[in-house]
Design a protein around this ligand. Structure first.
Ligand code: ADP
Ligand code: MG
Length: 395
């Protein structure tokens, strides 16, 4: 892993992106906007149940190197795809495409849809958030674009508004029905802190991550994406339980509003599998708040236990884990330096996350990777992370 510079982004990445800009768009010195990927520490499948999540921005980011143009044209070059494309700003309409430039153009479209000014830009897109690994390279790209466009047009930076615009771009322009967590984390995180987000009110609380704790993202290499059907099936189960409980208890709008006792009382009226699914969500909805309190108090052992509980619940009750996620978290927990570990993201592959004693993080990564690779023949990778700041301009 390249060493992050003082601004929380890899120096090599910044050098590569600005060099490419110089080749493709020679001229006056460009500006640089960056926005991080994120990992969710706890609170899984809680967003669509109006619950809480606890994401943290990581030291891997999307980078936009940009310079305003005199006309209303967006000309973008992607380092990853080695391709240059153009769009006329006045021709943008939703739905657009879903190629890399659409994540950028979607943000332009979202700005215009809310009456914010646009301007033509030459830009280079680059980044080191692995694509499709569950660390939200797409939200990083949207928020880096928003930061660049806001700077170029003199639009004041409002992280919450920009997170919503990023989500709108992805939902309406790209056509991906994601929640708000990724964009929120990429826009609004503070260095040194995770971000407790109430998915109902959108209130946030920055939560200091103690210096003694390293967060290690463990990419299993498994890319079985959550089959749309399994995701829809889990959502439908949650909705059925809410409908049943709301019959007897007015005011219940989501599993967020349901207590463990209310769920137990309703059990005889619920389908067995639906009850199991809700038995994950109801306690999981509170875990991010408990974990935030534990981190704030410096109680890493408790934060780690909550992460383990979350994993077991996702594995046994929500049934969205898989062999690779179970294995890598089990190996992680066996290391004496590990406080706790869980799958993160929707499930069935992608990444897990562990909370580890900072001085031991190197040995932890070596031991986990070796033991995992002895069992699973997939391109796994471990990323030690510290909490970085959200979308920003570099000077
Ligand atoms: P993720 O889980 O990483 O967010 P998505 O499928 O939601 O995965 O988004 C990935 C898409 O975002 C890519 O296919 C690409 O179009 C775009 N993207 C993300 N990062 C980059 C990048 N560095 N360069 C170009 N396109 C990117
Ligand atoms: Mg995404």
């Amino acid at each position: 892993m390249t060493h992050p510079n003082a601004q929380g982004v890899s120096r090599d990445l910044l050098r590569r992106a600005t060099a490419r800009f110089g080749e493709r768009f020679p001229g006056e010195g460009p500006r640089v906007a960056v926005s991080p990927g994120r990992v969710n520490l706890i609170g899984e499948h809680t967003d669509y149940n109006d619950g809480f999540v606890l994401p943290m921005a990581i030291g891997r980011a999307a980078v936009i190197v940009f310079r305003p143009r005199a006309d209303r044209v967006l000309r973008g070059h992607s380092v990853a795809y080695d391709e240059t494309k153009e769009l006329a700003l006045d021709a943008l309409s939703a739905p657009g495409g879903n190629d890399w430039l659409s994540y950028v153009a979607g943000v332009f479209w979202a700005f215009a849809s809310e009456g914010l000014p646009l301007c033509g830009l030459d830009l280079v897109v680059d980044g080191d958030v692995p694509i499709g690994a569950g660390l939200s390279s797409s939200a990083a790209l949207e928020l880096a674009t928003a930061r660049a466009l806001a700077a170029a047009t003199g639009t004041p930076w409002d992280a919450v508004r920009m997170a919503k615009l990023g989500q709108k771009a992805e939902n309406k322009y790209v056509g991906m029905n994601c929640g708000i967590m990724d964009q929120f984390a990429s826009a609004a995180c503070e260095a040194g802190h995770a971000l407790l987000l109430d998915c109902r009110s959108l209130e946030t609380r920055p939560v200091p991550v103690p210096k003694g704790a390293a967060v290690v993202v463990m990419d299993t290499g498994a890319r079985r994406s959550l089959a749309g059907s399994a995701y829809n099936d889990r959502r439908a189960a949650c909705e059925r339980v809410v409908a049943e409980i709301a019959n007897a208890t007015p005011g219940v709008r989501a599993l967020r509003d349901v207590t463990v006792d209310q769920l137990e009382t309703a059990k005889p009226r619920l389908d067995v599998t639906d009850f199991k699914r809700a038995s994950h969500v109801v306690p999981e909805n509170r875990r991010p708040v408990e974990a935030a309190d534990a981190l704030q108090a410096g109680d890493l052992a408790r934060a780690g236990r909550l992460m383990n509980d979350s994993h077991f619940s996702l594995r046994d009750l929500y049934e969205v884990s898989c062999e690779e996620l179970d294995l890598v978290t089990e190996i992680a927990r066996r290391q004496p330096s590990c406080f706790g570990a869980r799958m993160t993201g929707a499930g069935f592959g992608g990444c897990a996350v562990a909370l580890v004693k900072t001085p031991d993080v190197g040995a932890f990564c070596d031991a986990v990777l070796t033991a995992y690779e002895a069992r699973i023949d997939l391109p796994a990778a471990l990323y030690p992370c510290r909490p970085e700041a959200g979308a920003r301009l570099l000077d």
